[in-house]
Design a protein around this ligand. Structure first.
Ligand code: ADP
Ligand code: ZN
Length: 519
């Protein structure tokens, strides 16, 4: 209610005068209004939405200094330069600064709009004393997800911010992040002492990006097709340096398009040259590890493809978000493999106990996106806390609705075969056992004598591979380091029929292609 009574006209004037922007964008106005009202807020907005402005602008209007906690010194200095260029009185207090005394004097004298500090400073008693000697307008906590163990980037120093801010309880707080799923968000609110109604989530939809997610069944052909169908600059993300090199060469040869590799193993001057070539090109394909793309601003990227499964929905969103920044149509294609999920799930058990549950939920969320027969955009936006329509009309599932089929029985057969063969054989062997192929190895192991031998017939056989994939994606089958499949998670529910499992019907096989080639 206070929102409506607050007149934002002076803020708009200041926005034009200082930043030269005609108006606020998205939910900036709402955030700025809360800040000017002295209400603590958590703003979740995607990268590029303009989060910095939501504290910089009030900082110039409010009496006192806005203390900005920011985790990266390099980032702080960028922001400092940008703020000063707009005529904002700003300074940093970091280990890289030599002008501490001047900064502290200016701060105490009320001559600073913004004071940037690193979180490790917050726990120092001397810093608390310093804050006590000046007038404070606002605490702005950048990259606020670092305060949460649910987030992907937990920093213990962030936990010291709450006691510090509590010592100045009258000063409002503004926490900012681009990546926070529901759990992380609730945690940030608690950890930083912000009321639940202070949450503002905004603007995650990228309507011009067409999302498509498919199993990776014939690399590099699937990528070649994309490169041929989709003109304009594109990025292909590959999981390893070797894969980057290999795909760059294959795509260059097969498509005749200019293709360059980018990964951390290349000499710095080669990397810089490749990046510069890409930025200025109108038709280049960059095959890269995820190291590529951060900090480059190329608005006309027409496609982003993933040759391997991304780390999380957040990572997927951020990486695909590099496509179509100019607002023109762009494509995001993910080619996933069941093995990617199996490996990622195996790695979860290697991280600290306290983080495992979070990691598992991250993978489950990603699996949900990959497995859905519904709208991809709806899954993405719901993940970020928005309330999207059921259908977007611009993703693979909306454009070409897939039929879902119940494969619970087939899944039960496969899981039984895994169990009966001792949980140490790969998919190829299990497929032979289930479809009744008594080759030498099957006979040597006596698997042709098992009750599951030959129980999968006809059309069902073609669904075995997608079912194995679905089970792996859901964490019901995991892979040993030797490639053997093992039961995991809540398989009992599937085996007992309490839970069912559905997959989208795979595209019809072309005649004349043998089944084996696909695995
Ligand atoms: P974030 O921190 O959310 O990633 P930034 O604060 O770096 O985003 O802002 C991204 C870009 O958007 C910057 O170039 C900024 O100047 C610009 N920007 C911010 N607010 C507006 C606005 N109201 N109108 C136009 N451009 C804006
Ligand atoms: Zn859709």
């Amino acid at each position: 209610m206070m929102l409506q009574t607050l007149d934002l006209a002076p803020a708009r004037d200041e926005l034009r005068r200082l930043f030269g922007f005609p108006d606020f964008r998205g939910k900036q106005a709402e955030v700025v209004a809360r800040v000017l009202n002295g209400e603590s807020t958590l703003a979740v907005m995607p990268t590029g939405a303009g989060k910095s402005l939501t504290y910089q602008l009030p900082a110039t209007m409010l009496d006192g200094t806005c203390v900005v906690i920011s985790p990266l010194i390099a980032l702080m200095h960028d922001q400092l330069r940008a703020a000063r260029a707009n005529g904002i009185r700003a300074a940093t207090l970091t280990s890289a600064d030599a002008d501490w005394r001047e900064t502290m004097d200016a701060f105490r004298a009320g001559e600073l709009d913004l004071l940037y500090v690193a979180p490790e400073r917050a726990s120092q008693p001397a810093f608390r004393d310093l804050l006590g000697s000046a007038k404070l307008a606002l605490f702005a906590v950048d990259e606020a997800h670092c305060v949460s163990e649910w987030g992907h980037d937990f920093r213990p120093d962030y936990r010291q911010l709450r006691p510090l801010m509590d010592a100045f309880a009258h000063v409002p707080r503004l926490a900012l992040t681009a990546t926070a799923d529901a759990h992380t968000r609730t945690d940030i609110l608690t950890q930083l002492g912000i009321p639940a109604d202070g949450l503002i989530v905004a603007g995650f939809d990228r309507p011009n990006i067409r999302y498509a997610i498919r199993p990776r069944d014939s690399l590099p052909r699937q990528l070649e097709r994309l490169c041929q169908e989709q003109p304009g600059p594109g990025i292909v993300y590959a999981p390893t340096r070797r894969k980057v090199e290999q795909l760059a060469e294959q795509l260059g040869k097969a498509t005749g398009r200019p293709v360059l590799p980018y990964h951390a193993g290349l000499a710095p001057e080669v990397r810089a040259a490749n990046q510069a070539a890409f930025v200025s090109s109108e038709d280049m394909v960059m095959v890269a590890t995820i190291a590529f793309g951060m900090g480059i601003d190329k608005p006309d990227v027409r496609f982003v493809a993933h040759a391997g499964t991304p780390k999380s929905i957040e990572a997927y969103y951020q990486e695909t978000g590099r496509a179509g920044r100019d607002g023109d149509p762009a494509v995001a294609l993910m080619l996933w493999g069941a093995g990617d999920f199996a490996q990622a799930r195996a790695r979860v058990s290697e991280v600290e106990e306290s983080r495992q549950q979070g990691e598992r939920q991250r993978l489950d969320a990603l699996a949900g996106l990959v497995e859905t027969a519904g709208c991809r955009r709806a899954v993405l936006l719901r993940h970020f806390g928005e309330d999207p329509p059921e259908n977007c009309g611009n993703c693979d599932n909306c454009l070409d609705p897939a039929e879902t089929i119940d494969v619970t029985q087939l899944a039960q057969k496969l899981l039984s075969a895994v169990y009966r063969t001792g949980q140490s054989f790969g998919f190829g062997h299990l497929q032979k056992v289930l479809t009744g192929v008594a080759d030498e190895r099957v006979q040597a192991k006596g698997h042709d004598q098992l009750s599951v031998f030959g129980i999968v017939e006809g059309e069902e056989a073609a669904l075995l591979q997608p079912v194995a994939r679905a089970l792996q994606v859901r964490g019901l089958l995991t892979q040993t380091e030797h490639g053997g499949l093992q039961l995991a998670g809540n398989v009992r529910e599937i085996l007992s029929g309490e839970a069912s499992i559905g997959i989208t019907r795979p595209p019809q096989r072309k005649k004349g292609r043998s089944r084996r080639n696909d695995s």
